[in-house]
Design a protein around this ligand. Structure first.
Ligand SMILES: Cc1cc2nc3c(=O)[nH]c(=O)nc-3n(C[C@H](O)[C@H](O)[C@H](O)COP(=O)(O)O)c2cc1C
Length: 234
């Protein structure tokens, strides 16, 4: 079974990027993938200290830091596919997501130890949500970086919205996010020699069903957390 990891770069689990990420994950789930969502704001992730530059490099998987960042790196190592979703913060990904990307050097730098990059051959899709400008730039940045680490990019691998926290009402973006999930899963299935979609699909029934599921979950989440969302963060 394909393991597909969703990485949320927003402090809001059900904000714009969180909602579109769920659209992608639920679409992948319908193709039989095992999906998991992790949030980079959930716990502190130490910033990379660049030990890849040491004379005797210590930069190797699973990284020198034993923190939440390492936990996510382990999940990345085990997954066949992943989808990164982020709010646009000044024409780029959020700070904690950028920190995680830097920490992924530990996966990529295995090439310095005679092994392939541990990102090589993984399949990636991306989702970016802004309120103004920079969503396409941020998506292009993420795809470029992940590909530079060895990841594969499926067709239609980027969904974006300019509707901010209302992105779940942006029909085009929701359909695109569903397709990011389907096609990221689809390419990962093909790599394993299994059947999987590689063509964009318009499916209004699926869109409505997934959106309603997210509305229900969001409502339940808000009832549990209310305005205390940020107080409960470490
Ligand atoms: C620090 C900061 C920087 C931002 N910079 C941009 C930006 O450059 N372009 C943009 O479109 N929106 C920008 N925004 C707006 C967010 O991208 C927008 O609120 C987004 O929907 C939040 O996503 P979320 O609901 O998933 O948390 C910025 C917001 C913050 C807090």
């Amino acid at each position: 079974m394909i393991k597909l990891l969703g990485i949320l770069g927003s402090p809001h689990p059900y904000g714009g990027s969180g909602s579109l990420l769920r659209c992608a994950l639920y679409a992948a789930e319908e193709l039989g993938c095992r999906v998991e969502l992790v949030e980079v704001y959930r716990q502190r992730i130490e910033p990379c200290i660049g030990c890849v530059q040491d004379e005797e490099p210590t930069c190797r998987y699973p990284c020198i830091f034993e923190d939440y960042g390492r936990e996510i790196l382990e999940k990345l190592y085990q997954a066949e596919a992943y989808i990164l979703a982020t709010p646009v913060y000044w024409y780029g990904p959020s700070g904690p997501l950028k920190i995680l990307i830097d920490r992924m050097t530990a996966l990529e730098n295995m090439v310095a130890f005679g092994e392939p990059s541990y990102v090589e051959g993984k399949v990636v899709g991306v989702i970016t949500v802004g309120a103004d400008a920079g969503a396409t730039l941020t998506g292009a940045y993420l795809l470029t970086v992940l590909n530079a680490m060895g990841a594969m990019i499926p067709p239609w691998a980027h969904a974006y919205s300019h509707k901010g926290k209302e992105a779940l009402f942006d029909d085009r973006a929701v359909m695109d996010a569903i397709n990011v999930g389907r096609l990221t899963a689809g390419l990962a299935l093909r790599v394993k020699g299994q059947e999987g979609p590689l063509t964009y699909m318009e499916d209004q029934e699926l869109l409505v069903r997934i959106r309603e599921r997210i509305f229900r979950e969001k409502k339940a989440w808000e009832e549990r957390h209310g305005a205390k969302e940020f107080e409960s963060r470490p």
